[in-house]
Ligand binder design. Structure first.
Ligand SMILES: [Zn+2]
Length: 274
C-alpha cells in the first residue's frame, strides 16, 4: 500500500543502495514493485567487491530503466581482493558505459583498518574516475584528514558523491568547490546522529541527494514504515526519510524531492529526468 505522500513528493531516485545483497533474496521483485508504488523510480546500485560485481551488472541488465550500476571495492573488503581486481574493474566499466564507480573510500572506524592499503586501492578508483570520466561514490568514515590529503595531492576528479556524509560541516564549502555531492540517509534520524543531521541544513541545494543504503542503515523505529523488515532496511521507506529532510531544511516535500532527483540525475548522467 503506497504511503500518502507519494503524489506530493514527485519521483525519487535512491542515490545509493545495495539491491544485489543476498538479504533481499526472493523478495527483490516485490521490493522493486513497492519502490515503484512509492514513485522511487531509479536506483544507483553499488557493488562492494569482485564477487558482487556480476550480480550488480545482472540487475542493471534486467532492469535498465530502474537500476544504474556502480562498481568498486568497499574499504571493508579491500583485504580480500584478488591480484586481478583492477583488470576486472576496468572490464566492468568498459562493458557498462552507464556505470559509475563505487562504493570505495577510506574507513578508520572499522577495527584493524589498514589505512595505507585502503588509500592505495582508493587512489586507483580515483584514477579510473578521471580516466573513464565517471562519477565516484565515496564512503569515508573517520578518515577526513586522509581523504582531504588524497584530494590535495591528486589531479581534480569528476563530480563525486560523498554518500551518507558524516564529515565536519566546515569542510562542506571546500568539498563543494572540488565537485562533491552529499547524500542524506535515514540512519541520520537516530538521535545520536543529531550533529550530522544538522550538517544537512547547510548542504547547498544543488549538491543534495537522498539514499537508503539498503539493506543496511535503517532509520530508528519511529521512522520505519510499513515496508520495514526485520532482516533488512526496505528502500521503499525512502519517502519517510525525505519528509524528515524536507522538515529539516524548511522546504516542501515536493521541492526537496525534486532537488534530490535532479541532482542525482545530473551527477549520475541519467537520461529521462528533468
Ligand atoms: Zn553502501
Amino acid at each position: 500500500m503506497p504511503t500518502e505522500n507519494n503524489n506530493a513528493q514527485g519521483t525519487l531516485i535512491d542515490a545509493h543502495n545495495h539491491l544485489q545483497d543476498q538479504r533481499f533474496g526472493d523478495d527483490l521483485a516485490d521490493v522493486l514493485a513497492s519502490m515503484q508504488d512509492e514513485n522511487i523510480v531509479h536506483n544507483i546500485v553499488n557493488g562492494t567487491c569482485e564477487h558482487d560485481w556480476p550480480e550488480v551488472e545482472a540487475l542493471h541488465k534486467a532492469h535498465p530503466e530502474r537500476i544504474s550500476p556502480a562498481f568498486g571495492l568497499h574499504p571493508w573488503k579491500t583485504g580480500a581482493r584478488s591480484i586481478e581486481w583492477q583488470e576486472k574493474l576496468r572490464h566492468f566499466l568498459l562493458e557498462n558505459p552507464l556505470a559509475s564507480i563505487g562504493e570505495c573510500g577510506l574507513d578508520l572506524w572499522m577495527r584493524d583498518a589498514d589505512i595505507d592499503d585502503q588509500a592505495e586501492v582508493f587512489k586507483i578508483h580515483m584514477q579510473l574516475s578521471r580516466e573513464f570520466d565517471r562519477p565516484l561514490t565515496i564512503h569515508c568514515l573517520k578518515a577526513w584528514p586522509q581523504f582531504i590529503g588524497l584530494l590535495d595531492s591528486s589531479p581534480p576528479l569528476p563530480d563525486f558523491l560523498l554518500h551518507s556524509y558524516n564529515g565536519p560541516r566546515e569542510h562542506v564549502p571546500s568539498l563543494c568547490r572540488r565537485g562533491a555531492h552529499f547524500s542524506f540517509s535515514g540512519y541520520f534520524l537516530h538521535p545520536r546522529k543529531q550533529q550530522t543531521m544538522l550538517t544537512f541544513r547547510h548542504i547547498p541545494d544543488d549538491r543534495l541527494l537522498i539514499e537508503t543504503d539498503a539493506p543496511d542503515m535503517a532509520p530508528p523505529e519511529i521512522f520505519q514504515g510499513n515496508y520495514h523488515r526485520d532482516n533488512y532496511h526496505h528502500p521503499a521507506d525512502l519517502p519517510i526519510t525525505l519528509t524528515e529532510l524536507a522538515k529539516l531544511r524548511g522546504v516542501s516535500i515536493r521541492q526537496c524531492g525534486d532537488v534530490t532527483t535532479q541532482n542525482a540525475a545530473r551527477l549520475f548522467r541519467l537520461s529521462g529526468f528533468r
